[in-house]
Write a protein that binds this ligand. Structure first.
Ligand code: HEM
Length: 222
């Protein structure tokens, strides 16, 4: 009996992979330092220590600002699978993938996992929301950084500025806490090597799926 023939197909171009891990690194640094600042009173930090941590937090914000700006630009000029057209479920096949993903979750991950090529259509909505929230987080961070400290060395920015930044912190933290286990679940159930694909770019498909992949890729170009 002849075995199945598999196909390694590049879905993530090098820049998208690089930005994924680059932004991931700076988000972890920013969330960690931001978390310490958030609990500065409970942790009994002196104004001088808080100020030093804040400086590192601000320095880590600049590379993330560059990384997210580049990812936004790539949503419009990247390879088809890197663009907003693959992220937003605008096409019928993407909406079918979205319904299949929701049904698969509702069935308790039993049965055949949903078929999608690059971004999972349900995750795509989360990625789009994430890109908006990170951009807003960078903007509110840059504005907050313009507010000088009080003569005592303490910082007390107005609530209408700190509230959106703190809300963004919680949304991004929740995103990370959900994203990592979901990726691992999809990796284990779908067996398409999605995690290593975020390193070398290529996902595993069956040879017979090549035509469908290329047709979808051409549709995204249009
Ligand atoms: C701070 C942590 C992380 C953030 C902010 C993050 C963010 C993202 C974003 C925005 C995407 C969409 C890709 C794009 O179009 O740019 C994505 C996809 C992906 N991420 Fe992460 N990520 C994080 C951590 C991780 C980790 C630790 C892993 C591996 C275990 C991982 C594996 C993946 C995979 C496999 C995809 C593609 C999923 C799919 O096929 O839809 N991510 N991530």
């Amino acid at each position: 009996m002849e075995g199945k023939r598999f196909l390694l197909y590049e879905v993530w171009e090098p820049l998208v992979r690089f930005l994924h891990w680059f932004n991931c690194f700076f988000i972890v640094v920013l969330l960690s330092l931001g978390g310490i600042l958030f609990f500065r009173s409970a942790l009994n930090l002196s104004p001088a220590t808080s100020e030093t941590i804040l400086h590192f937090h601000v320095y880590a914000g600049y590379p993330l600002a560059a990384g997210i700006l580049l990812r936004w630009i790539w949503l419009f000029i990247g390879e088809p699978f890197s663009t907003w057209k693959d992220i937003l479920p605008l096409r019928e096949e993407q909406r079918r993938g979205l319904r299949e993903t929701l049904l698969w979750y509702a069935r308790g991950l039993r049965g055949r996992p949903p078929f999608y090529i690059a971004h999972n259509p349900l995750a795509g909505i989360a990625y789009g929301t994430f890109f908006v929230f990170v951009a807003l987080q960078v903007v509110t961070g840059l504005i907050l950084n313009q507010i000088p400290p009080l003569p005592s060395g303490e910082r007390r920015p107005p609530l209408f500025l700190i509230l959106p930044h703190d809300t963004g912190f919680i949304v991004i933290l929740l995103y990370v806490l959900i994203h990592i286990p979901m990726v691992l679940i999809h990796e284990l159930k779908e067996r398409r090597s999605i995690v290593s694909a975020m390193i070398h770019g290529k996902k595993v498909f069956e040879e017979g799926e090549r035509e469908g992949i290329e047709r979808y890729r051409d549709l995204l170009k249009g």
